[in-house]
Design a protein around this ligand. Structure first.
Ligand code: NAG
Length: 206
């Protein structure tokens, strides 16, 4: 996860990650996939517009096997009892676990897939938030941040990379030669400053 252009985005990503970790511990979920598949994901992530155009290896069966498809709902599981510690040893013993993960879009991974009954990371986070007694104002505040994650994942909003690429490509001084001149750079940084000060609205990004 890279640093974003605005404080709002950085806060959103930080909040999202913290809530995912809480949800993972609370529901005792398992996101293990082979490290070689993680490496493949990292490579694919570098492709242009990977967020919308690529698929990533991700675990299908994330809840403890005894209760397929439903969160265990037992909050505050300590990290000492992380799920399925046997899976790594079993894998080392040559058990084929390739049916435990599949290729998914980022939209599926984040927002879930109702057809497959897959909650997605945001579904997990929302389920987790539902188990807490949060006042409505705080919940609305959190929702603003989670909405950004949701819309980035489903393509409604551009990523910072797409937005910067578009800014450069449509800059009057850009000559389609991959050269980002000092002037373009300056204008880009100035624009980011204006966005941060709220002087310019970029509804396609935020
Ligand atoms: C993405 O999510 C937003 C916010 O919920 C929704 O309004 C929009 O229709 C979704 N877009 C797609 C392509 O699913």
């Amino acid at each position: 996860m890279e640093i974003q252009l605005t404080d709002f985005e950085n806060a959103a990503f930080a909040i999202f990650i913290v809530l995912v970790t809480r949800a993972v511990l609370s529901f005792n979920t398992n996101f293990y996939i082979p490290i070689s598949k993680v490496d493949e994901n990292m490579k694919v992530a570098h492709h242009r517009n990977a967020v919308l155009e690529q698929k990533f290896h991700f675990r299908k069966q994330i809840f403890p096997q005894s209760r397929p498809g439903t969160p265990s709902g037992s909050p505050k599981v300590s990290s000492a009892t992380l799920p399925e510690t046997t899976s790594t040893t079993a894998a080392a013993g040559g058990v084929d676990r390739s049916d435990e993960y599949e290729l998914m879009t980022i939209n599926e991974i984040i927002n879930g897939n109702p057809e497959k009954g897959y909650p997605g990371l945001l579904g997990l986070v929302n389920n987790y938030l539902n188990t807490l007694n949060i006042d409505i104002e705080t919940r609305c505040e959190i929702s603003k941040y989670l909405e950004l994650i949701k819309k980035r994942a489903n393509g409604t909003l551009m990523t910072a990379a797409s937005w910067i690429r578009q800014f450069v490509q449509t800059h009057p001084e850009y000559k389609q030669d991959s050269v980002v001149s000092e002037r373009i750079n300056y204008d880009l940084v100035k624009m980011v400053e204006k966005i941060n000060k709220g002087e310019v609205q970029v509804p396609e990004l935020l």
